[in-house]
Ligand binder design. Structure first.
Ligand SMILES: Cc1ncc(COP(=O)(O)O)c(C=O)c1O
Length: 403
């Protein structure tokens, strides 16, 4: 057997996934039946869905579903090509205009996923030997991989401590003026805290650095009408590049970069994940525009998800959980140990007659010793669901001596 198949075979027999399956605490690939709602059927059991990014509950909104169906009727199911070639349809351009208008930027460029947006945009923005990246330690994997693809010298990559503006300032001192790009999540995906963008923007200005914000978990949730982190801080004009995804509040799949026409034009011609991949299907574009139609007029979804998450966060704190610095739709429950986190997930999941599906977050998604259960909330969750979730967290947390 060749080395390549041998290692797969070894992993199948002795890898961590197999060992976790044998001990009954493997937490991945559970099967959902039916729609992604606050309560779902998973592996035949009824569970509260606290592991989705469906913040506004739009995956099953009747108007959104209708818009996707109409787009299939009008444009067909797929594009079969890159935007550069046969994959630009009028609906892509319409969506880009709508998004630019929503975010208050000059332009917007749609990618097929958020991962591809980060991979393509970051690697394309870095094109000269004397350019630097400053990246938050807890940035999403797609940012880390985008930086890897940029193939920079290690001296040109500065990873600063999480949301630590003093450390960022220190790193900026090692970067020549006008040569750095600061990259940060707007809302951090694991712990739900918000970047200190006001301080960061001043530091960037002093150094002449650019700002790149990944707003995957911010859009729909923070800022007026869910316009995201820059709007939340009223700093839209000072953030040069905003990346986002359609896979969370927008309820479908796809990604985008919002910024100036010069930036989108550069990416259109330089970002390999944009050029060498087929464009998103028309139904995805229509889905996003239907969500925009709703949230541009109606703030109740955004307010509801923040209120639901806030109630759970306060309740968990009162019970004795450490919930970190979150203030958004994501609420972490700190555990601090890999196995214990997996076990906690499993106990919550198996709770009867109603369980909780959550996301166990372990190394490398978080630092060793900082393992946690990530819970996230949906605008359409009722008071009853909030009460049930708190009760289950308390019962299992006590049983496992986490509180
Ligand atoms: C912060 C962040 N950026 C980027 C992505 C990638 O988005 P997508 O699911 O559209 O590939 C995610 C998704 O998990 C994310 O959480």
């Amino acid at each position: 057997m060749t080395q390549f198949y041998k290692k797969c075979d070894r992993y199948l027999r002795f890898g961590e996934a197999t060992l976790l399956k044998k001990t009954g605490i493997y937490p991945y690939f559970h099967q959902i039946t039916g729609e992604q709602n606050p309560i779902v059927q998973m592996d035949g059991n009824k569970v509260i869905m606290l592991g989705s990014n469906n913040y506004l509950g739009m995956t099953s909104h009747p108007k959104v579903k209708e818009a996707a169906q109409k787009a299939i009727e009008e444009y067909g199911v797929g594009t079969t090509g890159s935007r550069l070639l046969n994959g630009t349809m009028e609906i892509h351009l319409e969506l880009e205009r709508r998004l630019a208008n929503f975010f208050g930027t000059e332009d917007c460029l749609v990618f097929s996923t958020g991962m591809q947006a980060n991979l393509g945009a970051i690697s394309a923005m870095i094109s000269e030997k004397d350019e630097y990246i400053l990246s938050d330690q807890q940035n999403h994997a797609s940012i880390i991989d985008g930086i890897k693809l940029a193939r920079m010298d290690s001296d040109n990559k500065k990873i600063y401590k999480h949301n630590d503006m003093e450390d960022l300032e220190k790193c900026l001192k090692e970067v020549p003026k006008g040569k750095g790009l600061i990259i940060t999540d707007g809302v951090f995906s694991m712990e739900g805290d918000i970047v200190k963008l006001d301080v960061l923007a001043d530091l960037a200005e002093d150094n002449g650095a650019g700002i790149y914000v990944d707003d995957a978990h911010a859009v729909g949730v923070i800022g007026p009408h869910g316009r995201g982190t820059a709007a939340h801080f009223d700093l839209v004009d000072r953030v040069g590049i905003t990346m986002g995804t359609f896979s969370k509040s927008f309820a479908t799949i796809g990604g985008y970069i919002a910024g100036s026409k010069a930036v989108t034009n550069w990416l259109k011609h330089k970002a390999r994940s944009f050029i060498f991949s087929a464009s998103p299907p028309p139904a995805n574009c229509a889905t996003v525009m239907a969500v925009l139609d709703i949230i541009e007029k109606d703030e109740s979804y955004r307010k509801n998800v923040l209120s639901v998450a806030g109630k759970v966060r306060d309740g968990l704190r009162d019970i004795g959980f450490n919930v970190g610095d979150s203030s958004t739709a994501i609420v972490p429950l700190m555990v601090g140990e890999r196995r214990k986190t997996m076990k906690f997930f499993k106990e919550l999941y198996d709770h009867k007659p109603l369980g909780i599906f959550s996301n166990p977050v372990v190394h490398p998604a978080t630092a060793k010793g900082e393992e946690l259960i990530r819970s996230s909330y949906i605008a359409t969750m009722t008071e009853e669901i909030v009460g049930d979730a708190l009760q289950i967290f308390e019962e299992v947390g006590r049983k496992m001596k986490i509180i």
